[in-house]
Ligand binder design. Structure first.
Ligand code: F3S
Length: 393
């Protein structure tokens, strides 16, 4: 693996123990995957930020680091809203540990934006090399933006952030970004909501595994592609997908799809995960909401009041730009939280059943929150939240 003089000096420990350790991580990864060298990156997004997922040992490891990130770096969602954690039912003990994690990242120079949608915070362009780790963000960056990132682990994304480079292999190389299977949908498949795209992603992810699917004859907008990619990354390990005529790589490279495996998703299969079961709470914002999604929720809640908890999750940056929408949503009794999400926060573990509009949350909530999960459209989620409680008996 080729290293330049600077890389070699870093590896030899000439720029401190932490940078040496980080370079060792990158070099080890590069050797395993046959990288020819390192490539400079424009940004990093680091998972392993919620105390719920990293625990005491993760915090100890982070605390041992002493360096500064070299590129704009943000965090994945943490276990609570940094300002409104009490409203989420988070214990003081958890909040204190989470605050320690945040303090360590601040010391490393990481921006305290804790989100799986960093693309709403800074521009990421076609062909840019980045090192992001949250799986839905990776799918969005590669597919919708045409940026280039592998699905990094927390430590490798942090190592790339500190060094400012990542091993040059996998999805950083154009030749590894060609589709491996074609997904076709009969005309009667309903694809008119984010939840339906989540359900489609849930079905395709299970078939695709870590292969690159190419969708034909669909025309999703960016929010729907966000839902599609997130779900495929959760039920499978899809880090890049193409939509013919829509996503940037597919428009530029015009892939030859003849001879590829073809998969057809039927209407019955897509709809099979929609069930009308009663729920105790509703959670929207997996991945974190865009301003357009917040506007839709605000419109649906206008003049209404929720009867069971309705949580909405978005990045602090998007919330800051959407103050009147947030006020409008919260007038209904719903709560909009920043920095965290339904899956990585212990706040939602108090509910035994949760309704979501996301294929990714549908896959993760049962294991991560220990709750029964129901999926529905954003409109159905709001209707369930505002419905009068059923009389007992
Ligand atoms: Fe984001 Fe949490 Fe979903 S990190 S993609 S909101 S599970």
């Amino acid at each position: 693996m080729h290293l330049d003089r600077d890389d070699e000096q870093t590896l030899a420990g000439e720029f401190g123990g932490t940078r040496q350790k980080m370079m060792e991580i990158l070099v080890a990864l590069g050797k395993v995957f046959g990288a020819e060298g390192l490539v400079p990156i424009r940004s990093a997004q680091v998972s392993g930020a919620s105390y719920k997922t990293i625990g005491k040992y993760g915090l100890e490891w982070l605390s041992s680091l002493d360096a500064q990130v070299a590129v704009p770096t943000v965090l994945n969602p943490i276990g609570m809203d940094r300002e409104r954690w009490r409203e989420m039912g988070i214990t003081k003990q958890f909040a204190d540990r989470q605050a320690e994690v945040i303090a360590v990242y601040r010391r490393l120079g990481v921006r305290l934006e804790c989100t799986c949608t960093p693309y709403y915070l800074f521009e990421t362009g076609f062909g840019e090399h980045i090192a992001w780790s949250e799986s839905s963000a990776v799918a969005y960056a590669n597919s919708v933006l045409g940026a280039r990132t592998n699905r990094e682990g927390g430590p490798s994304a942090l190592a790339a952030a500190i060094i400012g480079k990542t091993p040059y292999y996998g999805l950083h190389l154009v030749e590894n970004r060609v589709p491996a299977l074609v997904v076709e949908l009969p005309e009667d498949v309903p694809l008119d909501s984010i939840a339906h795209y989540g359900a489609l992603g849930h079905a395709v992810g299970k078939i695709a595994g870590n292969r690159i699917p190419c969708f034909r004859s669909i025309r999703p907008d960016r929010d729907r592609m966000k839902a599609l990619g997130a779900a495929m990354a959760a039920s499978g390990a899809v880090a890049l997908f193409h939509v013919q005529g829509i996503t940037p790589d597919a428009r530029i490279f015009r892939y030859d799809l003849s001879g590829l495996e073809r998969v057809t998703i039927e209407k019955e299969e897509l709809l099979s995960i929609f069930h009308e079961t009663p729920v105790e709470a509703v959670a929207i914002g997996c991945p974190h909401c865009s301003e357009a999604e917040l506007a839709e929720i605000a419109g649906l809640l206008e003049g209404r009041h929720v009867n069971i908890p309705l949580f909405v999750f978005a990045s602090r940056g998007v919330i800051g730009r959407s103050r009147s929408l947030i006020a409008s949503i919260e007038r209904s009794g719903a709560r909009v939280f920043a920095d965290t999400c339904m899956v990585v926060s212990p706040g939602l573990e108090q509910f035994s059943s949760i309704m979501v509009n996301s294929g990714k949350a549908y896959a993760y909530v049962p294991n991560m929150c220990g709750a029964v999960v129901r999926i529905g459209t954003t409109g159905e989620c709001v209707e369930v939240a505002v419905s009068p409680p059923k009389a007992a008996g």
